[in-house]
Write a protein that binds this ligand. Structure first.
Ligand code: FES
Length: 115
């Protein structure tokens, strides 16, 4: 059976999966964290990823189109809905909690330099 390579950035993890595997499943296989709250039914929109070249992904489904609206024009997909059909590279957004902590630390540093 043909396997496809899914490359997750920025963590630089590559996993090989069967065609038809969702990006969410592929991420789990590679221990890449994509947070979800809806168990993969296009309900929470927490699983957004970006794929610049979408030739290795299933075409946008109706649920994705409806939920994402104009964001799809920026290459955003729902990892629970997009299925692997070829080799593909996807960008995973930073964990929002980590991003918040980093923003807080940066702010702190800025304030420290002011005083
Ligand atoms: S996992 Fe909830 S929208 Fe994809």
């Amino acid at each position: 059976m043909t396997m496809h390579r899914v490359h997750f950035e920025p963590m630089d993890v590559v996993v090989e999966v069967r065609p038809g595997t969702s990006l969410l499943e592929a991420a789990r296989k590679g221990n890449v964290t994509i947070r979800t709250r809806c168990a993969g039914v296009a309900g929470c929109l927490m699983c957004k990823v970006t794929a610049e070249d979408q030739s290795g992904l299933s075409p946008l489904g109706r649920a994705e189109q409806q939920k994402l609206g104009s964001q799809t024009s920026r290459g955003i997909r729902l990892a629970c809905q997009a299925r692997v059909q070829g080799d593909v590279t996807v960008q995973v957004p930073e964990d929002p909690l980590k991003a918040a902590i980093r923003a807080q630390l940066a702010k702190q540093k800025e304030e420290d330099t002011l005083w």
